[in-house]
Design a protein around this ligand. Sequence first.
Ligand SMILES: Cc1cc2nc3c(=O)[nH]c(=O)nc-3n(C[C@H](O)[C@H](O)[C@H](O)COP(=O)(O)OP(=O)(O)OC[C@H]3O[C@@H](n4cnc5c(N)ncnc54)[C@H](O)[C@@H]3O)c2cc1C
Length: 347
Amino acid sequence: MSKRIAIIGAGLSGLAAAYRLVSSGAEVRVFEKSKGLSGRAASRSKNGCRYDHGANYFKVSSNEVARLLFQSLPTDGLCRIVGDVDTFDESGVVTAGDPGQNAGAKWSYRDGINTIGKRLVAAAGLEVVRDTLITKLIRCGGKWSLATAGGIAGEGFDEVILTPPAPQTILLLESCQEIASDLKAGLLAELGRVRYHPQFTVVLNFPGTLPLSRGAFALINSDRGHDIAWISHENKKPGHVPAGESLFIVQMSPYWTEHHYESPSEEVIATALEKATPFLGGDLPPLNWSDSQRWRYAHPFTAADPGKMRPAAAVGLYFAGDTFIGKGRVPGAIETGFAVAQEIRGE
Ligand SMILES: Cc1cc2nc3c(=O)[nH]c(=O)nc-3n(C[C@H](O)[C@H](O)[C@H](O)COP(=O)(O)OP(=O)(O)OC[C@H]3O[C@@H](n4cnc5c(N)ncnc54)[C@H](O)[C@@H]3O)c2cc1C
């Protein structure tokens, strides 16, 4: 295969697709708007700590993903998280989590969950053009060019794979003047069905060793009535938090986030601290430091049908990402990348 393929987005769906396509001889270039790799499977370093402030952990859902993560890519630093995910209700009462769910292994990496993306890039020798927001798709003479606000970022591609969340993919499709209007309308209608929850992540670092309720790794709100959706203890991940400190990830509920999306970060952090306090033992020392992140398109809760996007293959356009699984999942995103690579390879 000697096709030239552009992939928009260096999240795990885009990088998984790139990894597979490079192995079959395609020339692949990935364009990413941010400076990092792995998209929403995001990790950050601050004051000697490492933490996963997007996807917090992953479970391995298929043999294909297991082969990738446990055989094909290096496994050093891959760590199984010890501890259960327990539940709490809208009044903050904590109970044991689902034993079936807790029986499944939960994973991250010593260096953070974004290690997956870094390793896909290294293993495939991928070229990732970072810090490059693609704003326009142009088709000319049967080839694709990609443009930023500043001009052409890449040209001469036979195929383009779009992996951003549906609303961002819609903007890219709308920018393209050269595809037939009925094809474009069908693609836009399908993508337009996908809805996302936003999520505010707050990171709290305290001096001393503080456990979560019941000594759990994480607590999840089971009735969706609490302003907090999830709290987890990064200390349960080897290498993430130095001894003598405690670091918690607090994910505010989608409902709460929706209503406070434009609030200043300091206010959101103060609310997260107040609402998380009962789960951290109640009598807390003053915070060492905090951090936060707004995720506009955190989790899709409806899915687009990949079958309805297939007519776009006639003009060399393909799609991947959790847009097509209807929930935010690391392994699911990887699988959509593998699936689109398979489609392009004609398997
Ligand atoms: C707060 C939060 C918690 C989560 N928790 C979990 C969890 O515990 N377990 C789990 O399995 N999953 C979790 N998820 C979901 C998981 O992170 C996602 O499903 C998965 O990472 C999606 O991968 P993707 O490749 O589909 O999309 P993304 O990771 O969003 O990748 C798309 C990429 O495209 C880039 N991009 C967008 N537009 C453009 C453009 N125009 N030009 C160039 N680049 C562009 C983006 O910057 C991004 O890097 C969570 C997500 C969030 C946000």
